[in-house]
Design a protein around this ligand. Structure first.
Ligand code: SF4
Length: 293
């Protein structure tokens, strides 16, 4: 049987995947804006539990093609254990095409290039990485536990190992004061990494972390209005200049005021024109009570 310790999260693009909870919670769990795993203490599930679950699903859904490894930073698992899990998954599901998981920049920095290559060869093909901001000021104020250099180094190491990346940024994370710095520095980091996919979410603070976020920010935090979020998004799109290739960009998360999809840099002008249109017609934006992080 499959058992999940709730709450359980997965990226929207993994809606049809088998979710296998190889870890519980997040090994870091201290980002001041994130309430996802505050109710959990980090632990790794035992081989006996995981093997029993994989064997059960292999009987019930032998045609499984995609597996997402939960929870918050499953890549924290040591490489040998992760290789054992991947090996059993691919042996159990003959049609399996892709295994993916969330990862933190520190998970990537802690693994060698050889380890990442071994994981890629074993079928770990896509990592979802919350980079949140490229600004070191903002990263420090939201206690992300990462620097822009660490993010770039970790992500480039994963890319050079052949692992695809889906990176996430959070619009509004620096508030009004750091909005421009957040947008431009994030564009610089993303342009250096050139992830295959980039998602921009919009900050919505859960009551569980609101006070902590405000206090750790270290100065009054002024949230952005919807139009200011669009200004920040426009600045981000204007400054993303991939050093090579293209980035599939999405700002269509449930937290965003309007769903935007683009390939950058090709769709830059069209996307900027759309953002300008939306700024002039804020009535087209999704009301805040319908959004969730
Ligand atoms: S944002 Fe990611 S790394 Fe930070 S606490 Fe939440 S799950 Fe953990």
């Amino acid at each position: 049987m499959l058992t999940y310790i709730e709450p359980l999260y997965r990226p929207p693009s993994e809606a049809d995947s088998l979710i296998l909870q190889v870890t519980i919670g997040c090994s870091y769990n201290r980002c001041s804006f994130c309430s996802m795993y505050r109710s959990k203490r980090y632990e790794e599930r035992s081989w006996d539990e995981l093997k029993a679950e994989i064997d059960y699903v292999a009987e019930e859904y032998p045609s499984t093609r995609r597996v997402f490894l939960a929870d918050g930073d499953a890549l924290n698992i040591n490489t040998e254990y992760m290789l054992k899990i991947l090996d059993h998954l691919y042996r159990s599901f003959p049609k399996l095409e892709r295994v993916s998981c969330y990862a933190m920049p520190k998970n990537l920095l802690q693994k060698s290039k050889q380890e990442l290559v071994a994981l890629r060869d074993a079928g770990l093909k896509l990592l979802y990485i919350g980079i949140e901001s490229g600004s070191d000021t903002v990263l420090r104020k939201v206690t992300k536990g990462a620097t822009s250099k660490g993010i770039i180094d970790g992500c480039l190491k994963a890319k050079s190992a052949g692992i695809q990346l889906s990176c996430m940024l959070i619009l509004g994370l620096g508030g009004r004061r750091y909005s421009m710095e957040h947008a431009i520095a994030s564009a610089r980091v993303v342009s250096a990494i050139v992830p295959e996919y980039l998602a921009a979410l919009t900050l919505l603070l859960d009551d569980v972390v609101r006070d902590e976020f405000m206090s750790k920010f270290g100065e009054p935090f002024e949230p952005l209005s919807d139009v200011e979020v669009l200004d920040e998004l426009k600045m981000l799109v204007e400054h993303i200049e991939p050093r090579e290739g293209k980035i599939i960009f999405r700002a269509n998360h449930a937290s965003n005021p309007y769903p935007i999809k683009a390939v950058l840099p090709d769709d830059r002008a069209r996307t900027i024109a759309l953002i300008d249109e939306l700024k002039a017609r804020p009535d087209r934006l999704k009301p805040s009570y319908l959004r969730r992080f």
